[in-house]
Design a protein around this ligand. Structure first.
Ligand SMILES: Nc1ncnc2c1ncn2[C@@H]1O[C@H](COP(=O)(O)OP(=O)(O)O)[C@@H](O)[C@H]1O
Ligand SMILES: [Mg+2]
Length: 331
């Protein structure tokens, strides 16, 4: 099966007065049709820059973008013009952002915004686009869809606005939706409803998803595969089940331990990750997680580990020299 999205060795950097910020530093990402891939990491790890680069939404210059491959549905997008991007974005490839208020136009009715991609990409007539817009609102669970078409974004609650964003993303029946922290701004109940809706779309329409989140719990409930990002790199990748059952990278383990759980003992087992992510303008020579790592070995400070298959589990890759079960064993 050919991958829907195949990204190889993607780098996105920003020149700044204090140096070059290496926001995404050699990331590979593959998404199969209908798949659901999670990208998890602390704030500042490069998740949004990665997704915006894949969507062709990072202005370049000033940014510097290089990749061996950015292929979507068999088309090379690494040298796509703005016009080619406009043909793909919002059509076969759509995006949902954390804050619908900044991505929805406050001056246009929800109906007009929903109709736009249909008119642009599908050459729909105004009447057909309005009908389809109504169906889309119904599809994402907005009550009284006909009347709500003429409402403005501020007249919707946060959860309802996120539903409108999802309806917009779905308008042209995309093959892939990239959702960047789609539930972070919502309270827990609404968060669960939005994830349910995304899951239902995935199952019924076969849409593939890349879900970006800082929350391991959200990724666990939605994704088949998880990529753990740290300082612009993927440090561990594997099936959701294997990552949760047996994390092999110290950072993944720390992330999992920093999620509070219902069965935590009184007083908590919750362990925040000590230290700060590194300065992306001057990454350490060795492993960028070494300064915070419980298992750090002298060799970790000298060479940066690359992402390689884990012994006895070739479906899993990690960028770490240390075997956590036997820390002295490897370096
Ligand atoms: N336009 C920009 N110019 C300079 N630095 C940027 C720019 N956009 C993002 N960054 C930096 O890139 C890093 C990764 O950011 P981001 O992808 O937003 O992280 P995340 O989404 O994982 O929280 C951060 O250090 C951020 O400050
Ligand atoms: Mg982000």
């Amino acid at each position: 099966m050919t991958a829907l999205l195949d990204v190889v060795n993607l780098r996105t950097s920003f020149p700044t007065p204090s140096g070059l910020v290496r926001a995404v530093d050699g990331v590979n990402l593959k998404v199969e049709p209908g798949g659901s891939v999670g990208i998890v990491g602390e704030s500042g790890s490069g998740k949004s820059v990665l997704s915006l680069t894949i969507m062709g939404l990072v202005a370049c210059p000033p940014a510097i973008i290089t990749a061996d491959k950015i292929e979507f549905e068999g088309r090379d997008l690494s040298h796509a013009s703005q016009a080619q991007w406009r043909g793909v974005r919002g059509n076969r490839l759509a995006m949902i952002f954390q804050d619908p208020m900044t991505s929805l136009n406050p001056f246009l009715t929800v109906g007009d915004q929903l109709a736009e991609p249909l008119i642009v990409h599908r050459q729909a007539s105004a009447a057909d686009a309005r009908n389809k817009a109504k169906e889309l609102l119904q599809r994402v669970g907005i009550p009284a869809a006909s009347e709500r078409l003429d409402a403005y974004p501020h007249q919707f609650s946060g959860g309802m606005r996120q539903r409108v964003m999802i309806a917009m993303a779905m308008a042209c029946e995309p093959a892939l939706i990239i959702a960047d922290e789609p539930t972070t701004a919502l309270d827990v109940t609404v968060q669960a409803q939005i994830l349910d809706l995304m899951r239902e779309i995935r199952e019924s329409a076969g849409t593939a998803f890349v879900l970006i989140t800082h929350d391991m719990g959200v990724a666990a409930g939605f994704c088949d595969e998880i990529n753990v990002m740290y300082a612009g790199r993927v440090v561990e990748r594997g099936s959701t089940r294997s990552i949760f059952r047996d994390p092999r990278h110290p950072y993944t383990k720390a992330l999992l331990e920093s999620v509070p759980r219902l069965d935590d003992p009184p007083g908590g087992r919750f362990l925040p990750i000590p230290g700060q992510p590194p300065d992306l303008t001057s990454l350490p020579v060795g492993c960028s997680y070494a300064p915070r790592c419980r298992w750090v070995q002298p060799g970790c400070l000298e060479t940066a580990p690359t992402l390689v298959p884990v012994e006895n589990d070739p479906a899993r890759t990690k960028a770490c020299f240390v075997d956590m079960a036997d820390p002295k064993g490897q370096v």
